[in-house]
Design a protein around this ligand. Structure first.
Ligand SMILES: [Zn+2]
Length: 58
C-alpha cells in the first residue's frame, strides 16, 4: 500500500491476519497529526511495519 494505514484500516489488516505491511507515505504526515496510530496499533499486535520512501522516477 502507498499510504500508512489509519486506525480502522489497521484493525482490518490485523483481523485478516496480515503479518507484514509496507507503506510508502506517512498517514500522520498526510493528515497533519503527530502519531502514526495505525502503525502503532499494528506494531503493538506483532505486525511488521516497514516504511519505504517514494522512489524517484528517472
Ligand atoms: Zn484507513
Amino acid at each position: 500500500m502507498t499510504l500508512a494505514p489509519c486506525l480502522p484500516c489497521a484493525r482490518i489488516i490485523y483481523t485478516t491476519g496480515i503479518k507484514k505491511v509496507i507503506f510508502r507515505d506517512s498517514y500522520a504526515a498526510y493528515k497533519g497529526i503527530e502519531v502514526e496510530e495505525g502503525v502503532d496499533f499494528l506494531r503493538r499486535f506483532g505486525v511488521e511495519v516497514s516504511h519505504f520512501p517514494k522512489e524517484e522516477k528517472k
